[in-house]
Structure formats: structure tokens, C-alpha cells
Design a protein around this ligand. Structure first.
Ligand SMILES: Nc1ncnc2c1ncn2[C@@H]1O[C@H](COP(=O)(O)OP(=O)(O)OP(=O)(O)O)[C@@H](O)[C@H]1O
Length: 325
């Protein structure tokens, strides 16, 4: 008998789970013999429940929520350490980087419909100190600034809220001294921003590590060079057009294990969109840890739009009536 746990964050993505949780449960009921749906009460539930499900032999764990819920669920699975189960998610949040990297339909209705014909994709995760991440670890002026983006700004502007806040922060950005030890050697860098990536979508942008693959077994390390505000204004039109970020602005290398120390000052980190662990950071890739159930209908989301281009299946099949959002 196959068993699936569905974890739902009722607060994620402007509390939209109430419209989509039952349609997702109905779809999962067609795929597994027994589906248990649990609604989180606060931080930590998704991690505890995912770990418990993995340790007690569930065949699949799905979650519905934003990048925070996804990160918490994957942390539970990684703590359990079992790779022989299926993981799936329906994105509800603002950015949804893993969904973008997997070319999933980002509208929840389309993502649920796509589960009728899923395929299965191995996906690397990363470990940073005693946490796990699925997409990014970043440190520098930008994570500090985006940490201050309010829920109201996210609701109104979607990923654009992060972009505009980051742009504003660029005006008076600082640089930081990092010691980076990796498979490539030991180096000291002065940089305003370092980003470690597992996928080709970072804050919804696809041009920072465009060659990154979800299952390439690599950490992509981007070290931004110091730049003037004018340099940046010159680069923005090309960047917005999707041109890969030039080496004039950032050096990009790959590694499997990286150790980063902040040589002076203090700085917080950002992990998958939320506050991450403190320095020093010991980071390694865990290749192909997740076996992700990916909905059909490959979809190429556009930056800034919460769901990318509308891409809806025939709605009457799955959800009869959804209140106007
Ligand atoms: N019942 C709950 N009440 C309040 N917070 C909750 C509840 N359940 C889970 N959480 C917390 O909500 C936080 C935010 O969730 P998540 O990131 O998934 O949504 P989001 O902020 O809308 O998405 P995004 O950050 O992508 O915009 C998570 O850190 C999670 O721990």
C-alpha cells in the first residue's frame, strides 16, 4: 500500500492554499493508496513531519507553500537521509526558484493539473553547516536588503519587490572581506555579494548561473566584483534582457565543497529566500538527493510575474470554482 504525506502551509502565498489544497489532495488520491493532509501551525512543523514521514517509510512527501515551506520540508527529508521516496511541491510563494528551474507551471492550478502526467527528476540539494538548502545561499548587501522586503510589498509587486529593493541598496553598497576555501584552492576576496547556487534561477533571474543544472552535482559560486552605481546602470538593460551576467561584474566557478569565512565585520546570510546560518559557512552539495515529481507542461516563466505567463489547463476538470484572486 503506497502512502503519501501532503504538508500545507495555510499562510503562504497570501493564504491561497485554501483554494488549492483539496484539489491537490484529490489529485494525489489518484496516485497513492493513502494520502494524509496536514496543515502547518508554524515554523518547524514541515521539517518535523517530513522527517517523520521519511523515517516511517512513506512513499512520497508533497508540500504546498512558498520557498520557506519547500526549504523546511526538504530539511526534514535530508535529516532523515532516505533517498528512496518521492518529493513533490505546488508552489504558492513569490519567487519559486526551484519551480522555475524545473520549468514547472507556476500557477498552482496548472501545477496540480500537470501531476496527471508527471515525470521524475533527480535534484541536488546543499548542506550549509547543519541546515540544507535547495537553491541559494547568499551573503552581502543584497540579502541584507531583501530581508527587509515586507509581505505587503511582495503581495503587490511579486519578485519585482526584491529587484527594486536590491536596486535601491546598490546605491550605497558596502564590500566585505571573505576567505573562500574550495576544491579550487584558498582565496581572499573583497566583494559586495557572494552567491552559491544549485540551480539556474536565483531570485527569479536566469542569467547569473545559466549553465547550472538541477542534477549536475555542482555548487555554482558567484563572487561579485566591486562596481560603481554607474557601472551597474549601464549593465541593467542587458541583464533585464536575459544576457548572462558578464565576467566584468562577477566571477563564476564551480565546486563541490566550499568553506567561507567572513574576515572582518558582520553579515547575515540568506538561504532559499529566508535568513540563513551564521558565518563561517561549510557548504557541500549532496548530489541527486531528491527524486522530484515534476508536473508535465514545461513552462518558461518570465521574471517578475508571480506565475510567469498565464498557462492554464482546462479549469473545469480540477477546480470547479475558484474565488477571483
Ligand atoms: N500556520 C502558520 N502560521 C504562520 N506561519 C507559518 C505557518 N505555517 C508555516 N509557517 C511559516 O511561514 C513561513 C513562510 O512560508 P513560505 O516562505 O512558504 O511562504 P511565503 O512567505 O508566502 O512565500 P515566499 O517567501 O516565497 O513569498 C515559513 O517559514 C513557515 O515556517
Amino acid at each position: 500500500m503506497s502512502r503519501c504525506l501532503l504538508i500545507v502551509n495555510p499562510t503562504a502565498g497570501r493564504e491561497r492554499a485554501k483554494y488549492y489544497k483539496q484539489p491537490l489532495k484529490d489529485q494525489l488520491d489518484t496516485m497513492y493508496d493513502e494520502v494524509e493532509m496536514r496543515i502547518t501551525n508554524g515554523p518547524g512543523d514541515a521539517t518535523d513531519w517530513a522527517r517523520e514521514a521519511s523515517l516511517t517509510g512513506y512513499d512520497a512527501v508533497f508540500c504546498m507553500g512558498g520557498d520557506g515551506t519547500l526549504n523546511e520540508t526538504v530539511n526534514g527529508l535530508a535529516q532523515a537521509g532516505r533517498t528512496s521516496l518521492t518529493f513533490g511541491f505546488v508552489p504558492l510563494g513569490t519567487v519559486n526558484d526551484l519551480g522555475r528551474a524545473l520549468h514547472m507551471p507556476l500557477h498552482p492550478e496548472a501545477a496540480i493539473a500537470g501531476l496527471k502526467k508527471p515525470h521524475y527528476q533527480k535534484v541536488d540539494i546543499g548542506r550549509v553547516n547543519d541546515h540544507y538548502f535547495v537553491n541559494t545561499i547568499a551573503a552581502g548587501f543584497m540579502p541584507e536588503a531583501v530581508g527587509a522586503v515586507s509581505i505587503e510589498q511582495k503581495t503587490r509587486l511579486g519578485p519585482l519587490a526584491y529587484f527594486l529593493t536590491g536596486l535601491k541598496a546598490l546605491q550605497n553598497h558596502e564590500t566585505y572581506l571573505f576567505k573562500i576555501e574550495s576544491d579550487n584552492g584558498v582565496y581572499i576576496y573583497r566583494s559586495p555579494l557572494i552567491v552559491l547556487m544549485l540551480t539556474d534561477s536565483v531570485g527569479s533571474f536566469r542569467n547569473i548561473a545559466p549553465a547550472a543544472q538541477v542534477d549536475d552535482g555542482k555548487l555554482w559560486l558567484g563572487i561579485f566584483k566591486d562596481f560603481t552605481y554607474l557601472d551597474l546602470l549601464r549593465a541593467i538593460p542587458e541583464f533585464m534582457a536575459g544576457t548572462p551576467l558578464s565576467s566584468e561584474y562577477m566571477s563564476l566557478t564551480t565546486a563541490t565543497h566550499v568553506n567561507i569565512t567572513l574576515v572582518e565585520g558582520s553579515l547575515t546570510t540568506n538561504m532559499d529566500g529566508d535568513q540563513g546560518p551564521d558565518f563561517p559557512l561549510d557548504i557541500e552539495v549532496i548530489p541527486s538527493f531528491l527524486n522530484v515529481c515534476v508536473p508535465s507542461q514545461p513552462h518558461h516563466a518570465m521574471n517578475f510575474l508571480p506565475y510567469g505567463k498565464p498557462h492554464l489547463p482546462s479549469p473545469k476538470k480540477i477546480i470547479k470554482k475558484i474565488p477571483h484572486e
